[in-house]
Design a protein around this ligand. Sequence first.
Ligand SMILES: Cc1cc2nc3c(=O)[nH]c(=O)nc-3n(C[C@H](O)[C@H](O)[C@H](O)COP(=O)(O)OP(=O)(O)OC[C@H]3O[C@@H](n4cnc5c(N)ncnc54)[C@H](O)[C@@H]3O)c2cc1C
Ligand code: FES
Length: 1261
Amino acid sequence: MISTYEPASKKIRHYSANACLLPICSLYGAAVTTVEGVGSTKTRVHPVQERLAKCHGSQCGFCTPGMVMSIYTLLRNHPEPTSEQMIAALAGNLCRCTGYRPILDACKTFCKESICCQRKTNEKCCLDQEDDLFDKEEKVGLFSTDEFQPLDPTQELIFPPELMRMAENQPKRTLSFHGERMTWISPVSLDELLDLKASYPKAPLLVGNTSVGPEMKFRGVFHPIVIAPARIPDLNVVKCLDDGLTLGAACSLSVVKDILTNAVVEFPEEKTKVFSAVLQQLRTLAGEQIRNMASLGGNIVSRKSTSDLNPILAASNCMLNLASRGRKRQIPLRDIFADGVGNNTITPEEILVSVHIPYSRKGEYVSAFRQAPRRENALPVTNAGMRVLFEEGTDTIKDLSIFYGGAVSTTVCAKQTCRTLIGRHWNKQMLDEACRLVLKEIALPGSDSGEKVDYKKTLIVSFFYRFFLEVSQSLKTMDPCHYPGIPMEYRSVLQDFKTKMPQSIQIYQAKPSQSPQDPVGRPVMHQSGIKHATGEAVYVDDLPSVDGELFLAVVTSSRAHAKIVSIDTSEALKGPGVFDIITAHDVPATNEFYYSDDPEIIFARNKVICVGQIVCAVVADSDDHAKQAAAKVKIEYEVLEPVILTIEAIQHNSFFEPKRKLEQGNVDRAFETVDNIIEGEIHIGGQEHFYIETQSVLVVPKGEDKEMDVYVSTQHPAIIQEMVAASLGVPANRIMCHVKRVGGAFGGKLLKAALALYRAVRLILSRGDDMLITGGRHPFIGKYKVGFMKDGRIRAVDAKYYINGGCTPDESVLVAEVSLLKMDNAYKIPNLRCRAYACKTNLPSNTAFRGFGFPQSALVTETWITGVADKVGLSPEKIREINMYKENEQTHFKQKLDPQNLIRCWNECMEKSAYYSRKTAVNEFNKQNYWKKKGIAIVPMKFPFGLGTRYLSQAAALVHIYTDGSVLLTHGGIEMGQGIHTKMIQVASRELNIPMSCIHFCETSTTTVPNACASVGSAGTDVNGMAVKDACQTLMKRLQPIINKNPKGTWNDWIKEAFEQSVSLSATGYFRGYNENMDWEKGEGQPFTYFLYGAACSEVEINCLTGDHKNIRTDIVMDIGCSINPAVDIGQIEGAFVQGIGLYTMEELKYSPEGVLYTRGPDQYKIPAVCDIPEQFSVSLLSSSQNPYAIYASKGIGEAGLFLGCSVFFALRDAVTRVRNERGLKKTFALNSPLTAEQIRASCTDDFTEMVIGRWRGGSV
Ligand SMILES: Cc1cc2nc3c(=O)[nH]c(=O)nc-3n(C[C@H](O)[C@H](O)[C@H](O)COP(=O)(O)OP(=O)(O)OC[C@H]3O[C@@H](n4cnc5c(N)ncnc54)[C@H](O)[C@@H]3O)c2cc1C
Ligand code: FES
């Protein structure tokens, strides 16, 4: 939080900002509050920190300080915020773990209006009142508000008086800061600024740094001098003139938003249409942190095609007040786009002083539109600003202005179109002509540029149509006798989707009969929750620097498949602070690791096999020096053929072996007897893990015997130990791997190797490098042929799966196997044949990702289920019910299963979601709305639990009791947000019968638990819990005679006595693993130990004109046995579900034709944000479910919820189907994943899509 004091108004302004973009020099005179300053366990934990932790709003904790600061800043400005303000404050924060629901629950406790709900034990929540579905349940909250400290604004940190005095007393003077390479000059008067600009015409004016900053950080742009004009009064003016408002160019977008919001309230509506349209864009432009920094002038002058302001400001006839030495002038904003490329009329010496935004006039209508990959905090795909002025009292166009953004390299004007339409009436003919003209005039580049050309064109005309509807309706309001307005069923499209504070409910079974001290089954807060929220939790990059520490920066391949001809490091080695450059030749021992036929490689040796492969690494005295030198390493390549990026691998017979097949029944014969056969395929895109903590490692040689401490963010310390030891040629007993906690992993931190030198070395990958170098979830193609009867019974399935494994084997064959084993999802298919191929391509190696093949293969299954439904004319839920496992049966690999809880989950989900009555309501809505449609879908799930082989699920624990009675617990599991340590402490607490507060977990380490298996496959709690229980029971067995002798004694008495009797107070525990096996030759086995079940029902609404959608409601019922910690488990379900929404509806990886990943950061790759979670979100844990195979009858829950995100995919499909049915379009249609706005828009075929395709194919419009 940045706080500044303005002496003239005597006001303090607090605002949140993105630290990574904030230039330190801009903070002169400002106070900075970080999460550590808000509160700490050593002083006082602030209510924001406390509630976030206690409401379970923190899992891995890496995003939590950011969340705290956004909420805290809001509360400093508005101690009783509205829920709308709260939602807006969090729009710019991302969390990959929680699914946001618990974070918002914490937020709600600060909001003025009571929103909800379940916290108040035994009271009805507002959701219930609205929809009395959960009445029969016993409800106990996941947290209690009674424990919360009140928020007392008088206790907050004050603005530092010395800064206040400085601002009051010190005359403002020019500030200059000189760095190693740059000079920062901050003048105080306009004249001085103009002089500086004349002297340094190339120097940028830096205000928010949100445009220049990313260019310098990510695109290598360098400015030796920057001028910071933010303190100049002329650039901060706010003037209300006769014809409009004049706003200083340095006003932040937040300030502009506040001013316009007030103006809209203050002035008559007729005058404020331009203001309202600008506000419409400002609401969703970036997040609050960016809007607090970004300036109005910066947005305009940058002339980015993605500017949301330029189209509407240009269309509204805004004026720019420019100045240069000795010259001032005013030009219309639209002139800076006059030549259509953005080279403009502003000279290099000129600066923008202020912007004049005019009042709207009578008979004038103004609107702005935007469509982005995510509704909030995402740059637009296309946007528009439109204005029409009619001849007085008529619908004859007197003036028309249409500007588009996002379409080409800058804002463009449909000048010819507007000119041609002047004098025309506002009617259907005008609309047709406008669309035709505008498509002709706005020339877009060809689709091979990777741009969404057809989508953009469709938006261009769809936006105009929306403007047409808006204006037509306004004309009717003005003069209902003359103007008919628009049909009732068209009106809803005039309202954009808005993010509302979601309502939520979580149901689990309380254990009232249990001893109050026994924490198992209770919603215990994450062991590190408070430390996450205070910023005290330590991640790798928080470890204090070690004496002589060096930094590593990697140099990666820019070619997908090429021979390395030479590596020239001469320039790089001359860089300041460069210590060394390491290539494959410098690795003392193993550089290639063979876990199968193809190796995993540390440094590319003679050739590269993907873009992003590490070729060498620069070691330097600082991160900056290492990166600067890395950029100077020159690698010469000779391109090799073929370059395989997709499953065109099939043509090159490029696969990782073995290929797998499963078969049951007689598929060919069954196809001969069925009534119907459908064939199809679905493409499922990959997914980036996007753990918020990137891959990180700190290696510290100990100086003796080649010993080395490795602090690493990994799910599998034992393999890191093994690889580091092998690459250095030392025994594993010299390498100590330590993992305190990991800031998110999701499978992405399994098999990534670390490198060690004989000096301490730190490597923290930037987000861009992390995304470039590491693979993610496998892109997948499922091809299917399905035979079924008229009544919907499926008799035969023949399926083939191709997964894109990338350039090395990693886990790809295993993922392919799992995709086959789990392909039946919830259905009994009597005759089934499926094959899976792991394709070897030239992408970075794809790897494990939550769900491990199941989310893809089960999506294929659900797709053909809906295909069958379409064909037989029954609903998808009927087909699901008809084919669902019903009684004790066998899977397609002959493993027994009892589907009772599957059916219970399905039925409960049907009931809790009120599926049929809501389906009727959806039908009703759809009858009454043409351009907006709703869809609803319910999907069942069977999620098999198991790792396939016994040795992979072995686990060990080590428990020490010290003589003061405190317990130190260790096991082999990694804490990555899934709450494993919290659960293990719960287990130890029950077994030792002592409070959790007596038990401490320090770190996972190869020194305490050797050879630990990776924390994967939802198995962490299951297997480590068994080991912890075993160790504790061993200790209790030793203590029992002492306890029996002194039953009234305390724990401390017994421990003291045990020590005096020489009873060992340290024990290991062990779990051999589950007896799992699979014989791929026979296609039979017992690869899983048990099954989790679940069902989810989701409802969505789509905007057919843009493809945008909103998640209205989701109800999940999940069978997870007896939950050890319902808060943690529900958090896992919700977090995974929201990650599933990301996978199936929005996260899109894009590559160049040469295999370069384009989507290398949060600006291009969109994970779900607060705006994406369902407005109503309920999760119920199935009651009375037992599991004899896992600890305390629980079930491992980390992954299963992700697949349920596909209920949103199928609800969207349902909505699209309804559109297509209404329009009489072809019944069968294919939708791929992710089902983005672009695909939805393209599937809702209408006149506008036809116009675009017509043009695209060269036909007439
Ligand atoms: C994460 C993120 C999300 C974003 N999302 C959106 C979005 O959804 N929609 C959208 O429209 N924009 C978006 N932006 C862009 C943002 O709005 C602009 O970067 C911002 O408005 C630029 O203002 P600034 O003060 O930060 O510019 P700076 O980076 O400080 O400067 C930008 C440029 O403008 C010039 N300049 C600045 N002021 C003047 C002046 N007074 N006279 C002459 N030249 C001047 C500078 O010389 C420089 O070249 C986003 C940016 C980020 C980082
Ligand atoms: S808790 Fe939010 S990213 Fe992990």
